[in-house]
Design a protein around this ligand. Structure first.
Ligand code: PEP
Length: 253
């Protein structure tokens, strides 16, 4: 059975002291989530990772929002896998639409990073999702299938199984305009079938999250869809009370 997962993407929000305050406040809600078989975590900015790791309960996943595939070298401004590992970080979000749009992150680049993470026994959370233009042209499936095939190219089924997928339609991110449960369910079901074509039966064990304006008051509807295993949440993950509301909503379905 696939464990439910709630992951907060803090983007470029929170200073280290603000991130530490959240981590300290998260003890009860992380325990509550774990007691209800929900895995939870947050993805702070690089400068906040160490303090969140030190101050959050050990069951709280702490994920980076990016990583470089090289172990070290002349890559100014980049952060490597050994740097993350030394401070206990073993989850990384890759291919977020904001990084694709503003930092030129491609599915090919994500593929190299995913391979490097898997070689280091770390968990990639690979994001995919279409623009409004692609959605309106009815080309979502073609577009997302290409992102999935390229991002996960050359992985073995055993490797693919370690990857978490997040389907995030760009038109729903930070816009308050969430995809309907039906749209999310339809695309995520399609993603699972695409994974099945490439990796066989392990596709049924892979976790696929929905992301895009998920809030405490709409998360339950996504969780009621069989193929949706949780959520990647931006804005509504920043405040501990709202994060608790997301956990409560996940349990309502
Ligand atoms: C995200 O950043 O991945 C996201 C889904 O943001 P929001 O929940 O704010 O739409």
């Amino acid at each position: 059975m696939r464990q439910k997962l709630l992951l907060g993407n803090w983007k470029m929000n929170k200073t280290p002291s603000e991130a530490k305050a959240f981590a300290l406040a998260s003890k009860d809600m992380v325990e509550y989530a774990v007691a209800h078989h929900i895995q939870v975590g947050v993805a702070p900015s690089f400068v906040c990772l160490a303090t969140v790791k030190e101050n959050a309960p050990k069951d709280c996943i702490v994920a980076a929002q990016n990583v470089n595939e090289h172990d070290h070298g002349a890559y100014t401004g980049e952060v490597s896998i050994p740097m993350l590992k030394e401070i206990g970080i073993d989850w990384v979000i890759l291919g977020h639409s904001e990084r694709r749009a503003y930092n030129g992150e491609t599915s090919e680049a994500c593929n190299a990073k995913i391979k490097a993470l898997l070689a280091n026994h770390m968990t990639p959370v690979y994001c995919c999702g279409e623009s409004l233009d692609v959605f309106e042209k009815g080309e979502t499936k073609k577009f997302v299938a290409e992102q999935i095939r390229t991002g996960l190219a050359d992985l073995t089924p055993e490797e693919a199984k370690q990857v978490v997928i997040a389907y995030e339609p760009i038109w729903a991110i930070g816009t308050g305009k969430s995809a309907s449960k039906e749209i999310a369910e339809d695309t995520i079901g399609f993603i699972r079938r695409t994974l099945r074509e490439s990796f066989g039966a392990v596709a049924m064990d892979m976790r696929i999250l929905y992301g895009g304006s998920v809030k405490p008051n709409n998360i339950a509807s996504y969780m009621s869809a069989e193929d949706i295993d949780g959520a990647l949440v931006g804005g509504a993950s920043l405040d501990p009370a709202s994060f608790q509301g997301l956990i409560d909503g996940m349990l309502q379905k």
